[in-house]
Design a protein around this ligand. Structure first.
Ligand code: UDP
Length: 202
């Protein structure tokens, strides 16, 4: 999509609706391919991400290689306006999750919630299922971003047959976790969502 560089971080100038359509398209295309297409990473870039990316080259690379970077935070939207290539609106993970859950429920796409403290992903799933009847939760697991836990988490994901993965380990851990596992993640789209489960479960 159309993009602009904010202090070396690529921001894609999409509306929330376009971001949702992009994510749904990845899910449909991967299903149509017999689950052969690789995972696409989606990043919600807030001002702290931009600052961290300046001193953390791996984080910067992970973001700039992502399939879609949306501006999460009015400061990032302002920066794109200042640069004369405005992003249309702020897009947060907390807004994207229910909007995606609604589409998942409508089309039978399976959602996996990874991260946050034990029980929080489960509570988030229960809330989403109550709000969007028919939503298929492929799985929930706290786990941890510790590389020692990676194999066990990937095994769970393979068994869960999810389409969409939300990872709540906070930035930059969640983006780096998704990035280094991208080639083996058995989902169409993986997105870091920070503290969104804490908010959505409460
Ligand atoms: N978290 C986790 N494991 C960790 C570190 C953090 O599950 O090792 C979770 C934490 O419970 C919280 C989220 O990651 O739900 C981080 O939220 P925070 O608001 O700090 O992240 P941000 O939105 O600032 O990226």
């Amino acid at each position: 999509p159309r993009s602009v560089s904010v202090l070396g971080v690529r921001i894609d100038r999409v509306t929330q609706e376009e971001a949702l359509t992009f994510i749904e398209e990845q899910i449909r295309r991967r299903r149509a391919s017999g689950n052969r297409l690789p995972c696409s990473q989606v990043v919600t870039v807030n001002p702290e991400f931009v600052m961290e990316a300046r001193r953390n080259p791996a984080f910067r690379q992970a973001i700039n290689e992502a399939a879609l970077n949306v501006p999460d935070g009015i400061g990032v939207v302002w920066a794109t306006r200042y640069l004369g290539q405005p992003a249309p609106e702020r897009i947060t993970g907390t807004d994207l999750i229910p909007a995606l859950a609604e589409r998942c429920a409508a089309h039978g796409y399976r959602l996996y919630l990874l991260g946050a403290a034990p029980g929080v992903a489960e509570a988030t799933a229960a809330r989403l299922c109550a709000r969007f009847p028919g939503l298929q939760i492929a799985g929930t697991y706290a786990g941890s971003p510790d590389p020692a836990d990676e194999e066990a988490i990937l095994q769970r994901l393979v068994a869960a047959q999810a389409d969409l993965l939300c990872v709540a380990y906070g930035a930059p851990a969640q983006e780096l976790w998704i990035w280094r596992n991208l080639s083996r993640l058995p989902v169409a789209v993986a997105m870091g969502v920070g503290g969104a489960f804490d908010f959505l479960s409460g």
